[in-house]
Design a protein around this ligand. Structure first.
Ligand code: ZN
Length: 63
């Protein structure tokens, strides 16, 4: 994954193994940013664009 190459500054172990709380916190933060559903500004803008397009299409069909 994204943190395989990272070495912890506290326990000098691979962050991916999560040997200490610092490892686990860093790993959780990295995975939270890269995976799952994160509502980034770009994603919000894209959603607004899609909603606007759908609304325009729906209004066009009514007329
Ligand atoms: Zn560590």
């Amino acid at each position: 994954m994204c943190c395989d190459d990272l070495v912890c500054a506290r326990c000098a172990g691979p962050v991916a193994e999560g040997r200490c709380p610092t490892c686990r916190a860093a790993r959780a933060e990295l995975h939270h940013q890269s995976g799952g559903f994160v509502l980034s500004p770009q994603l919000v803008a894209l959603l607004l664009l899609v909603l606007t397009a759908v609304a325009l299409l729906a209004a066009h069909q009514v007329q």
